[in-house]
Design a protein around this ligand. Structure first.
Ligand SMILES: Nc1ncnc2c1ncn2[C@@H]1O[C@H](COP(=O)(O)OP(=O)(O)OP(=O)(O)O)[C@@H](O)[C@H]1O
Length: 334
């Protein structure tokens, strides 16, 4: 469904030195530098799969998505999306895909979202009956009855993002690219979006490639992840294996009611975890995932605890570990 073979995308960046004279000279002698945003990347995503595309800032995720949606021409390599070559801009191709960018809006700011929906109906030539049916579904699933009648500028970020998704999915694309769809949303709204993305993929057998900096999005939606760093594909495989390999621990954070000596704490932890921070009343302990419940129970029974929370490592730290391991000489793939 999405086939990427040895894709590279380079940008030519104009190098300008600071200062007026240097700027003036650069009008006549332009210096360029090549940025390899995507470098020899290959992967295949079959129909109906939701895959996360992860990597630190500037890794090349958005550039890859732009090539896959036909917004950019590849510098090298081949790309096939749903049977089409994206940069040929075939009308049929546009009807099959959608790109949602959490930080960019396609909605018309001063009008209600319902008006943008009508514009999209015309652009994508959606038949009346399909339009009514899909719109009804989207409005119901995303609880948009009231929201789509207000001017977009009056909407909250969460309401606007729901409308962005609805606008992008009205033509029922079979392949959806989601660039940070939950960015800036509160925890409840992130959950609503995740459930919706999952339902949409199931209902329409849609293939989804998504980027997100939130670990919860990735673990809830995807079994497979692609990790990219400095334009190179570092990992392509199961998220569980990525986490087992690069994030084997969880962090238990405690607030103690009574001061305890560090030696006493070590006795309670009993080699099951490692104290990473202790400044009364706060205590942080890293523990292998499989021992989280046993150690939590032990800490609660042996210490005077006011509060206990269990945290996953951030996606950034998992990726940073994968990146370090790869630059020390690993290879992409589980
Ligand atoms: N239009 C452009 N001209 C020149 N360089 C660009 C352009 N767009 C992106 N780049 C560079 O290409 C590299 C990859 O950028 P890209 O936006 O694809 O990364 P990303 O993984 O999506 O990052 P983020 O998570 O910050 O969105 C970066 O070094 C960026 O500065």
């Amino acid at each position: 469904m999405i086939e990427v073979r040895k894709l590279s995308k380079w940008y030519q960046v104009h190098e300008r030195e600071p200062g007026f004279i240097a700027s003036f000279k650069s009008l006549f002698h332009r210096k360029f530098r090549t940025v390899k945003a995507v470098d020899d990347v290959s992967f295949f995503i079959p129909e109906g799969e939701i895959v996360a595309f992860l990597g630190p800032n500037g890794a090349g995720k958005t550039t890859t998505m732009k090539v896959l949606t036909g917004l950019l021409h590849p510098s090298d390599g081949e790309v096939n999306v749903g049977g089409f070559v994206p940069f040929q801009h075939k009308k049929e191709f546009k009807k099959q895909i959608s790109l949602v960018m959490g930080q960019k809006s396609q909605l018309i700011w001063d009008l209600p979202a319902a008006e943008t929906f009508l514009v999209n109906k015309v652009i994508y030539e959606i038949p009346d009956q399909d339009y009514e049916e899909t719109l009804g579904d989207l409005v119901q699933l995303l609880q948009l009855e009231e929201v789509i009648r207000k001017p977009v500028r009056q909407l909250s970020l969460g309401e606007r993002m729901k409308c962005e998704l609805a606008a992008a999915l009205l033509h029922r694309p079979r392949i959806v690219f989601l660039d940070e769809p939950t960015i800036g949303l509160d925890v409840n709204m992130q959950e609503v979006m995740r459930r919706f993305i999952q339902d949409y993929s199931r209902k329409y057998k849609a293939t989804i490639l998504l980027t997100s900096h939130y670990m919860a999005d990735v673990t809830a939606l995807c079994e497979r992840v692609l990790v990219i760093g400095k334009g190179r594909l570092l990992y392509d495989g199961a998220i569980n294996q990525l986490i087992d390999k690069y994030a084997p621990n969880k962090r238990i954070r405690l607030q103690l009611a009574k001061r305890a000596h560090e030696r006493e704490l070590e006795d309670v932890i009993h080699g099951m975890g490692t104290i990473v921070h202790y400044a009364f009343p706060d205590l942080d302990v890293d523990v292998p995932r499989e021992q989280v419940s046993e150690l939590s129970a032990r800490l609660l029974s042996k210490l005077n605890v006011l509060d206990l929370t269990i945290e996953d490592p951030s996606m950034e730290s998992v990726i940073a570990q994968a990146f370090e391991a790869r630059t020390e000489g690993g290879s992409a793939g589980a």
